[in-house]
Write a protein that binds this ligand. Structure first.
Ligand code: AMP
Length: 619
């Protein structure tokens, strides 16, 4: 039986619960739903006609919290109390954002650790999750007000490069806002869905999603096969967008008007006027050929041609990213079947023209570029609500997931680019006799040594019953759910002892870092193979030393003094070889020890066997 909701406005029962699609953006956020009658996605509009809610939170002195346009108006007057761009801080440590600390006019806590960042407003501290939850709460209330029904379920979008921790943070923000987040969907996937791509079965398409917003730029190359969305590559610049165009024009006018930098610093309202007028001019030029306005009572103007010259370097930077994304995906521009335009800044004619020329194709730009991601989230919500049974939506893992094994090696359980949801398991055993616990360390990355990858979590499987080394069977399984969140469990199969954790990583990765990790894995491939071979040789050597030591302790009386001394000698040589970390020496010394010990080990074992045949017990 499905859940029953009560419409608080009318008091009537609703048998179907609505699921909304939410684009939780860096600058603006919005909600969309699929209309029951037309089956078309629409953005929810307040009576004021606005669909976009600025992703800005203001904390008043009396403890009152304001979100959206009302908060935006306080941005200049109360910068320390008005928090924007919280999305940039999601799942990040201060170290991750310290390079851009100047970007934030409010106080981001700098404790120089790997701990997650917090924002300080007066005496209070807020996590990016809490900040995002205030935005989501506002969106939920808006939706309830417009739809006149409770809204408890949502699909929320995130950038394709968001890692586990950032996805988890987004999900937590939803939960804090009182929303059951049914699915986290990649923004480029949502944008494609809004255009109906991937909705039909047996459809094969390669899509480029070009997303240029106010402050960020992303290009993603997606492949759709039978309703499965695979992210082939992503590139971009987390500090490039329409704001930079405004800045370029503002600086141009500043020079023309002969305003010094010092004056700009002193006079905040003049700076603000320049910025606001520049943005107004930019928008105007999206439809007209010239703009005329005034700053501080002085006339300013700009033609479309002049504006294009000013912003050309910015547009060229996005083209470079497109080239990189294509290169990473192993594709040529002409192999892209469709180009989807997302973000307010794709309204700029020079942007459209440049992208059209670069890919040599017409663009998908008919839908409102500010709304297209939310519309796609609504399409996904509709699919989850069971209203569109044709589709199954899948994404892929951006980096490999695995655990640390002997010698600090990375053992990959789920390789990068695996379709999600995904499940993988592998059996491991103990190293020591009577070992009662086993440490499971979970890593993400492409390198062979875990120290070069990123640690996501660690836990101990305790209560393993005492058994000789190698006897326990510990099954480690990874489950990546449909949102890309990882659940790790370890079970000792003989005893049934089990431990499970949801991976909530300590800190996040930026898209540049993901890219760097991938590049590193290519650059260091040869070196990694050598290190892996050395580590494997050392692991084997240590096992050999362990076994020999035990044998000596147990059967000393069965060996000649000469056998004992050559064995001890050979063991020392092997330890020395391990110390100098030379693979060939380690292998060589292991073989020597094996050669020395094999004859007497066999002799002792044969004797034991004969004893057993005589009906005596083998100890
Ligand atoms: P988004 O982050 O996707 O909401 O994009 C916001 C950016 O789009 C801001 O930099 C806006 O100035 C820009 N934008 C909005 N409307 C227009 C327009 N008509 N022409 C050019 N840029 C626009």
């Amino acid at each position: 039986m499905g859940k029953v909701a009560i419409n608080i406005a009318t008091g009537s029962l609703q048998t179907e619960e609505i699921i909304v699609g939410i684009d939780l953006g860096t600058t603006n956020s919005l909600i969309a739903i699929v209309r029951k009658d037309s089956h078309q996605p629409i953005a929810l509009r307040e009576i004021d006609g606005l669909t976009l809610v600025p992703s800005i939170v203001h904390f008043g002195t009396e403890g009152n919290i304001t979100v959206g346009n009302a908060a935006k108006e306080l941005l200049v007057a109360e910068p320390e109390r008005t928090i924007y761009s919280a999305k940039r801080l999601m799942g990040k440590s201060y170290k991750d954002v310290s390079d851009h600390a100047g970007f934030f006019a409010y106080k981001v806590i700098d404790d120089d650790t790997d701990a997650l960042v917090k924002v300080q407003v007066a005496e209070k501290f807020y996590s990016p999750i809490e900040l995002s939850s205030y935005i989501l709460k506002e969106l939920k209330q808006r939706a309830e007000h417009i739809l006149k029904t409770p809204v408890n379920k949502a699909v929320i979008t995130v950038p394709a490069y968001f890692n586990d921790s950032q996805r988890q943070a987004t999900r937590d923000a939803g939960r804090l806002a009182g929303l059951d987040v049914l699915r986290i969907v990649n923004e480029p996937t949502a944008a494609s869905l809004a255009y109906g791509m991937g909705v039909k079965a047996h459809e094969e398409k390669t899509i480029a999603v070009y997303d240029l917003g106010g402050g960020t730029f992303d290009i993603s190359i997606l492949k759709i096969t039978n309703g499965i969305f695979e992210v082939l590559s992503t590139h971009g610049d987390t500090y490039l967008g329409g704001d930079d165009m405004d800045r370029a024009l503002a600086q141009h006018w500043q020079k023309q008007l002969g305003i010094s930098d010092g004056e700009m610093k002193r006079d905040k309202s003049l700076t603000q006027q320049l910025r606001v007028t520049a943005e107004e001019a930019k928008k105007h030029l999206s439809n007209k050929d010239s703009f005329e306005g005034a700053i501080n009572g002085k006339a300013v103007s700009v033609s479309k041609t002049e504006f294009n010259t000013l912003i050309l370097p910015l547009v060229e930077r996005t083209i470079t990213s497109c080239k990189n994304a294509l290169r990473d995906a192993g594709l040529k521009a002409e192999q892209i079947d469709a180009i989807v335009m997302v973000g307010g800044s794709t309204r700029v004619p020079l942007v459209k023209q440049s992208i059209r020329d670069f890919f040599g194709k017409d663009l998908y730009d008919q839908l409102n570029p500010d709304e297209v991601v939310a519309l796609g989230a609504a399409v996904q919500a509709d699919i989850l609500a069971g209203n569109n049974t044709e589709m199954l939506l899948l994404d892929v893992t951006p980096l490999s997931l695995g655990i640390e094994t002997m010698g600090g090696l990375m053992d990959v359980l789920i390789p990068r680019n695996s379709k999600i949801p995904n499940k993988a398991g592998r059996q491991y055993t103990t190293q020591k006799d009577g070992q009662g616990s086993m440490r499971i360390s979970v890593y993400q990355g492409e390198r062979d040594l875990v120290q070069d990858n990123r640690k996501l979590a660690e836990f101990n499987l305790t209560g393993i019953p005492g058994m000789p080394a190698g006897m326990p069977k510990v099954e480690v399984s990874f489950l990546v759910d449909a949102d890309g969140i990882l659940k790790v469990s370890a079970t000792e199969l003989r005893s049934g002892v089990q431990q499970t954790i949801d991976v909530k990583p300590q800190y996040g990765l930026t898209d540049e870092e993901v890219e760097k990790m991938l590049l590193d894995s290519l650059t260091h491939a040869k070196e990694d193979i050598q290190t892996r071979a050395l580590m494997e040789a050392i692991t084997e050597a240590q096992q050999m030393l362990d076994v020999t030591e035990k044998f000596l302790a147990k059967h000393r009386q069965d060996l000649s003094p000469e056998e004992i001394s050559t064995t001890l000698n050979s063991m020392q040589l092997l330890r020395d070889a391990i110390d100098i970390k030379d693979k060939d020496s380690v292998q060589h010394a292991t073989e020597s020890l094996n050669d020395i010990s094999r004859p007497y080990a066999e002799r002792v074992m044969d004797a034991a066997l004969k004893d057993a045949m005589k009906g005596r017990k083998v100890i």
